[in-house]
Design a protein around this ligand. Sequence first.
Ligand SMILES: [Zn+2]
Length: 695
Amino acid sequence: MRPVRSPQSLNETKESMRPLRLLAVILLASSGLVGQTETKPAKAPTSFDKSAFDATVNPCEDFYQYSCGGWRKANPIPSDKSRWGRFNELDEYNQSVLHDILEKVAASGKHTAIEQKVGDFYAGCMDEKKANDLGTKPIQSQLDDIAKIGSTKQLIQEVAKLQDQSVPVLFRFTIGVDQHNATKHLADVDQGGITLPDRDYYLKQDAKSVETREKYLAHVQKMLQLMGENADQASKDAKTVMDIETQLAKASMDRVMRRDPKNSDHIVGVSELLQMAPNFDFPEFFPATGVEKFDRVNISNPDFFKQVNPLITSVPLDDWKTYLRWRVVKSAAPWLSQPYFDENFDFSGRYMTGAKEPEVRWKRCTQLTNRSLGEALGQLYVAQTFGPEGKDRTLKMVKAIEHQMDKDIHAIDWMGEDTKKQALIKLQAVMNKIGYPDKWKDYSSVKVTRDDLLGNLRRAAKFEIDRNHNKLNKPVDRSEWNMTPPTVNAYYSPDQNNINFPAGILQPPFFSKEVDDAVNLGGIGVVIGHELSHGFDDQGRKFDAEGNLRDWWTAEDGKKFEERAQCISDEYSGFTTVKDEKGEVKLNGNLTLGENTADNGGLHLAYMALEELMGDKMNLPIDGYSPAQRFFIGYAQIWCQNQTDQIARQLAITDPHSPGKYRVNGVVQNAPEFQKAFSCKAGDPMVSAKPCRVW
Ligand SMILES: [Zn+2]
């Protein structure tokens, strides 16, 4: 589903650490989980919530509104949020559980080493007075180092150093998985270095994009003024930052292109990279990162390095220094003193997402601890919330859905026997990971003190960066997790061919011991089917059972797949996500193709599981609703949400997932099983004239 994203720098840092090839396909975008202030204890959401319905709406007219209208009315967006849905409700509840744990271990008393570490981290984060007293002191040594840069060579050294301190500047360097030998690692260089959420923000000429750039310039200027520059200088420097980032954006590949793994598959000898981009001074850069010497590297986007190469020497050194200073302060701003925090929120929160006020500090600190020491805090979380029986129950459902996919592949009429055979081999090889890692990361080397928030944050980030760099000559460990246990999300990893369900999502409204199987299959059953389908969506199908980028399809079947996928792309491109005085924004069917394919496939597989499970009981209603109806309502109610126009605009550009409304209506329009369950007729809005079906 997602790693959640917010304007906070650590998210951005984590994002920047992950090359395309490591990108897992998640259930939900992270940007959905921005902010909140509410102080009363959150309670766990419920499955099959009758108060969520809007009985005035005909399910065949608008099934999303029918299932969620009551909920949407009763749940306006909290003032510190840009989006509020069932995922957020559960996430909020999980955060309250983590908060209780953190408050306990941060208080004095007898604690284990792990408790002490997360407790100190959290306590250091909660010390707002200290942050205010320090002002920019926590970033002063970085600013001093930048000021000392006197040559291109020193510029590159400083870029390496800042990246190592988790400040994402200029480009990305990581150790990824070798797409052609997925048991091994490979060094990877990739585009990067921009501040706004996507290259489009720098390049598009529509009125809203022009406005965003004006606001961004003003934001950079204000931040630099806070650092002591006069208004003229800060205004000039803001333009410098914009110029440099615009050049980086121009050289970057767009998100739709990046969805095709072949577009980022350029393994070369290091000497070729040095020839292509000599000004990046990689012979200086690589050793500075501390990584072992290597002779092969993947260049995810060669054009980026070709186009940026001349800029390294043609852009004046002082301009580069301005850009680096900006990136340092922007990354740290959420954790600096009040004026920096406020200015950062004003642009990245209020303007960009539509949240009215920031989240309270304990929530931000709970999230930061979870992101920074996730498998330490996760151990405490799991011990309290998720026993072995949770793992067993989930595994049973996963097996049931996998069994349906096996049947589905055997049954589909558009795929030939040769491709089917390969698809079944891939399905057999899928590894299921449930709840939490079998072995936890050992954070004992991470120094944490109660009086050094930024230092703690940097050392925790450095721990992850070093872990990544140290993987170079080690085999890929498929038992590692990309999400922490309390996360309300799930993912499929194409280069590892595994599906991953953190403990955090295995609760109501996704899964509940209190409700019937139909509702649970509509919830967690579809989530499982969704992740499994990712192995066979337009991206996942390009990887084989071992996670290698290899075409295992016959040419004819590949073509048939693409025709079917095109149907889904066209369908979702027709959906409007925002319409206001600033114009109408439609979904990008190509950007969201993989997720929409997974939603459609996941629903189909879970429904097959329901039919097999219920047998002749499919006609026995509970509470007036047939099992099929309960299944579809269970599904729809997972996606109930409200969102600001601002975040809807942002997500239309950045999020490969469709908003809740279309995750529901886009899918049921294609599903004859739905139309039968609610007696919809041809011509009804929930009955597509041209239904799409891949899986
Ligand atoms: Zn997904």
